[in-house]
Design a protein around this ligand. Structure first.
Ligand SMILES: [Zn+2]
Length: 484
């Protein structure tokens, strides 16, 4: 008998997260889904290429490279120089991306050449039912004039797989460890050459396409025709009209709620689509009606960045001027006095939200004894004396105070002194912008695996904590003085 589905509030927020995850196989798709949700509730899209005419009490968003998105709602009492209350997260996750020339033919197989992106647990990509998704630049011809469109693509079916080597040919793998050479071992198989040939013959007979015709583009020689045809049919164009693409391999197994007590979320990309989702939903719900912004003197903002997993240094990563540009343009669209930006930054606050490590029951010694984040224990405030996390006592107090006002649990984390510490966009934005920052995240297991897990209740706690931050930060901040 099917398990009774939980209709609790935590369950419904988790189901919404599951939907967000299942529609977001790549950073491009995550931004697309965020964009749809914002437009649905009346946020207005603006472009960084145009002048901004903003008004208090109104809500806006912009995207950069369609892989980073910044959404904000301006309080009705806002004047230039007032603070920004920001939750920042990231849209990207470790994965394998197609090489510029992905066509590999070896041992009677058609394979897809890929390069690793970020610090993935690559062994988890073996024996998974994979597909491809990403963005494609498509050539379009209308009334004799040519233009190029930016389209998202995702093939639903499992079209490729990286098989592990049988134990019989690798007897010591369990004792010596599974070592992955990402250049030679991590190459998905797309088809056998023999079936691909037959497939091509069928396509030619049906005159879908003829590989030997004179119009073949150079791009189409770099990738297997079989793959290009699948992408073209998804988009509704001819393979020759595909001018370029950025595609990645992704798992076809959908995200799902699991565990005997229906308390876990099993999914890829929880790091960091879970925090992206919670912050976005919190912003939307904390700015859903006119009255929400009536009493607000600051700007409530969510910024979801690409490229965190590779260090954030790109035109749209947290290392770029995107955050500073946003704060500066919003401030100056109300008053052109350039000194107001510095004042605004000192009145602002950033919650850098990125998933945290829950205590693993089978590797307890990997955690510091007094800092063992638990599932359902609420957001984890991350500390590091060497500034791998940007939290300090002021920012941790302010963020923790919001939790205690709302009866929400929080927990603390510091890495063991003999284990290297990870980092986030927190220190990058704290040092690049000069904004007070707290580093937080919901606890999870299997971070950077193709299939991770977190807890249903923590999704609800994170969402509520972020929502309360948006609703109350300007009042709370007025009660603490540090630099006077
Ligand atoms: Zn992360």
């Amino acid at each position: 008998m099917a398990k009774q589905e939980s209709h609790s509030e935590a369950g419904s927020i988790a189901s919404d997260l599951i939907h967000f995850l299942n529609t977001s196989p790549t950073a491009f798709h995550a931004v697309d889904e965020a964009k749809k949700r914002l437009i649905n509730v009346g946020y207005v899209q603006i472009s960084e290429r145009e002048d901004w005419k903003l008004e208090p009490g109104k809500r806006y968003f912009f995207t950069r490279n369609h892989s980073t998105i910044v959404a904000f709602a301006i309080g009705k009492k806002y004047v230039a120089g007032n603070g920004f209350y920001v939750v920042g997260a990231h849209t990207d996750s470790p994965c394998i991306k197609l090489k510029p020339v992905s066509k590999v033919t070896k041992g009677g197989y058609l394979e897809v050449g890929v390069q690793p992106y970020g610090g993935g647990l690559w062994h988890t990509w073996f024996d998974r039912d994979l597909t491809v998704a990403g963005r494609v630049i498509v050539r379009e011809e209308k009334d004799g004039s040519v233009s190029f469109s930016h389209r998202l693509v995702r093939i639903q079916e499992p079209i490729m797989r990286v098989p592990t080597l049988a134990i019989h040919l690798d007897r010591n793998v369990n004792s010596d460890g599974f070592k992955v050479n990402t250049q030679s071992h991590l190459i998905p198989i797309l088809a056998t050459s023999i079936k691909a040939e037959l497939n091509k013959a069928v396509a030619e007979n049906g005159s879908i396409r003829n590989e030997t015709d004179g119009k073949k583009s150079t791009f189409s020689t770099k990738h297997h025709l079989l793959l290009l045809e699948m992408i073209a049919s998804q988009i509704g164009c001819k393979p020759d009209d595909i001018c370029d693409f950025e595609l990645q391999a992704c798992d076809t197994q959908p995200s799902i709620i699991g565990g005997a007590a229906q308390e876990f979320i099993f999914s890829g990309r929880l790091d960091n689509l879970c925090m992206s989702f919670c912050s976005l939903k919190a912003l939307i719900d904390a700015t859903s009606s006119e009255s929400n912004l009536e009493d607000e003197s600051g700007v409530r903002m969510v910024a979801l960045f690409d490229h965190e997993e590779v260090g954030s240094d790109s035109a749209q990563g947290a290392g770029s001027p995107v955050m500073l540009d946003a704060l500066s343009r919003i401030t100056s669209s109300f008053n052109s006095d350039s000194k107001l930006l510095q004042k605004a930054i000192q009145r602002s606050f950033l919650v850098s939200a990125d998933m945290a490590h829950a205590l693993h029951p089978n590797y307890m010694d990997k955690h510091e004894e007094n800092h063992q984040p638990k599932m359902h224990g609420g957001l984890v405030i991350k500390h590091n004396a060497n500034q791998r996390y940007a939290t300090n006592s002021v920012t941790s107090f302010l963020f923790g105070e919001i939790a205690s006002m709302h009866n929400l649990p929080v927990q603390e984390f510091v890495v063991r002194n003999d284990v290297p510490c990870g980092s986030t966009i927190g220190p990058i934005l704290a040092s690049g912008v000069g904004i007070r920052t707290v580093d937080v995240g919901a606890p999870q297991l299997s971070m950077h695996s193709i299939r991770e897990m977190c807890a249903v209740d923590d999704v609800k706690y994170s969402y509520e904590h972020f929502k309360a931050f948006f609703q109350e930060f300007s009042h709370l901040d007025a009660k603490i003085t540090v630099d006077m």
